[in-house]
Design a protein. Structure first.
Length: 192
């Protein structure tokens, strides 16, 4: 079985590339979805995170206020490391469970779409590593547009990750997504 690592920076275009893999009938495990499940009300991760960060991070319905928690952790590295440490066991076991389910169904190639592939040291499990790269200005603009966020919030999120150029230097395949969606489709078709 081949596990392809699909990574990049926030808003560099991983989800867009991941839908191209799905279009080619290659299944994708999305680490962001698994991380969201790990923080849903009453899950193991939720209980740990609420115990550590306090009830102020909760909405009226008891779910975690993701915007509020995001503001806290993306502007404070030690709080971010704490959140990462608390959720890591739930996220990694969720990822391996999803991969296992696809493997027993007989899939020979599976894509793991994970923004923190290198940061979480999961790069040793994947080959090839595909990095979706964009230039910094395009990344900032797309992130602000997509999330309707301020420049400060967007910069904090970008700075919370390993630099995109460093990720690019460790890639087996680089897909440049600075151009149009059509250009991206062409880059993808050249690589796959
Ligand atoms: C802080 C949280 C609640 C903010 O939620 P929000 O809905 O605003 O963002 P979302 O989860 O959709 O993430 C958007 C992007 O932010 C980046 N990001 C998320 N968590 C982190 C992190 N801990 N460090 C660096 N970048 C991160 C990723 O590029 C991700 O694609 C959430 O991101 C979270 O629980 N993060 C910790 C879990 C994690 O590490 N997730 C990454 C997947 S492995
Ligand atoms: N080539 C492109 N031209 C214009 N907009 C694009 C292009 N590629 C992606 N986008 C847009 O940029 C934003 C970020 O793309 P996408 O959501 O695929 O990134 P991502 O890497 O999956 O982000 P995250 O790390 O937050 O999950 C989205 O709004 C998407 O529609």
């Amino acid at each position: 079985m081949r596990l392809v690592g699909l990574t990049g920076g926030i808003a560099s275009g991983k989800s867009t590339v991941s839908s191209m893999f799905k279009h080619n009938h290659i299944p994708v495990v999305d680490a962001d979805i698994i991380a969201r499940d790990a923080l849903k009300k009453n899950s193991g991760g939720y209980k740990k995170v609420v115990a550590a960060f306090g009830p102020d991070i909760l909405q009226d319905d008891g779910q975690v206020d993701r915007l509020k928690l995001g503001r806290i952790v993306f502007s404070d590295a030690s709080k971010r490391q704490l959140l990462n440490r608390l959720l890591a066991p739930y996220i990694s076991s969720g990822i391996f469970l999803e991969i296992f389910k696809l493997w027993i169904k007989g899939h020979k190639v599976i894509v793991l779409d994970i923004p923190l592939l290198f940061e979480a040291k999961m790069d040793k499990w994947t080959k090839p590593i595909v990095v979706v790269w964009v230039d910094p200005e395009t990344q900032l603009r797309r992130l602000m547009e997509r999330d309707n966020s301020t420049e400060e919030d967007a910069r904090n999120r970008i700075n919370a990750q390993m630099s995109l150029d460093l990720k690019k230097s460790q890639a087996d395949i680089v897909i440049d997504n600075t151009g149009s969606r059509q250009d991206l489709q062409e880059r993808f078709s050249e690589a796959y």
